[in-house]
Write a protein that binds this ligand. Structure first.
Ligand code: CP
Ligand code: NVA
Length: 300
């Protein structure tokens, strides 16, 4: 069978993605019951990080250990990648030694070039354009709290960034309706939006996105690599903070999600992220369980 990769949500079928939600829930239950389950015994995951991470690193590393395997943390600062070794050569070498590779990097093209030369499954752990692993956790979290997300309404408020793009992919793959409110100049990529096939659309204001929303999602105004744009972005996004007043425009049982790390007082008010409707801690925990389901699917 040919190797499968996970660079975007479009690399898996709708059925496979739904299967991962159920498997993530089952693996979570096993783990909570203290059951030892080691389907990846002696397997090794290489983890290339060109950007910072807390959740992604710890969830993949803990997941591999729980599965009986090992993960190797490879910072580009400490490997030859950071000294200019071509990504293609790194792929050729690493994929002869490990059983899967996870990469967090800048341009999406970098992970595509790695994948083209990899002998083992490659997982996108965030690029400038996409963050598909986060969506596995978000979808599992929605399912656990509210059941199937099919035909539900999701509001995206804020930057048309990597998370927004993965939400657009998710809208098509999991069959929900996404309303995106982003300021001019910070809209999602038009091609990615068009590929959402009618499942995602732009609206004119954060309030409008909230209409009948079952789930409200936001993310930082300045992503990793955009730190010097912080001041300009704070101005541009001033009307895009998810406040309790804004949440009041959504359905009364709407959930709030944020991939984290969050900046309270910028993209989200403290009383929302720390409030009743927020499920951000379950969402963060589910990175572990949903990625274990992914690793089992790709590597086993
Ligand atoms: N949400 C997320 O990917 O978090 P980290 O940057 O901490 O990995
Ligand atoms: N959009 C954010 C997500 C962090 C997990 C970033 O790329 O920095």
């Amino acid at each position: 069978m040919s190797i499968r990769h996970f660079l975007t949500l479009n690399d898996l079928s709708r059925d496979e993605l739904r299967g991962l939600i159920q498997r993530g829930i089952a693996l979570k239950a096993k783990h909570k019951a203290g059951e030892i389950f080691e389907p990846l015994k002696n397997k090794v995951l290489g983890m290339i990080f060109e950007k910072s991470s807390t959740r992604t690193r710890v969830s993949f590393e803990a997941g591999m250990v729980q599965f009986g395997g090992q993960a190797i943390f490879l910072s580009s600062k400490d490997t030859q990648l950071g000294r200019g070794e071509p990504i293609e050569d790194s792929a050729r070498v690493l994929s002869r030694m490990v059983d899967a590779v996870m990469i967090r990097t800048f341009e999406h093209d970098i992970i595509e070039r790695f994948t083209a030369h990899s002998l083992v499954p490659v997982i996108n752990a965030l690029t400038n354009e996409f963050h598909p692993c986060q969506l596995l956790a978000d979808m599992q979290t929605y399912f656990e709290h509210r059941g199937d997300i099919t035909r539900k309404r999701v509001a995206w408020v804020g930057d048309g960034n990597n998370m927004c793009h993965s939400y657009i992919n998710a809208a098509k793959q999991y069959d929900f309706q996404l309303s995106i409110a982003s300021p001019k100049g910070y809209l999602p990529d038009a091609t990615i939006l068009a590929a959402g096939n009618g499942h995602a659309s732009l609206v004119d204001s954060a309030q409008e996105a909230m209409k009948n929303a079952d789930l409200v999602v936001t993310d930082v105004w300045a992503s990793m690599g955009q730190e010097e744009e912080q001041a300009a972005r704070e101005k541009a996004f001033a009307d895009y903070q998810v406040t309790a007043d804004l949440m009041a425009h959504a359905n009364s049982d709407a959930l709030f999600m944020h991939c984290l790390p969050a900046h309270r007082g910028e993209e989200v008010a403290a009383d929302v992220i720390d409030g009743q409707q927020s499920v951000v801690w379950d969402e963060a925990e589910n990175r572990l369980h949903s990625q274990k389901a992914l690793l089992e699917f790709l590597v086993r």
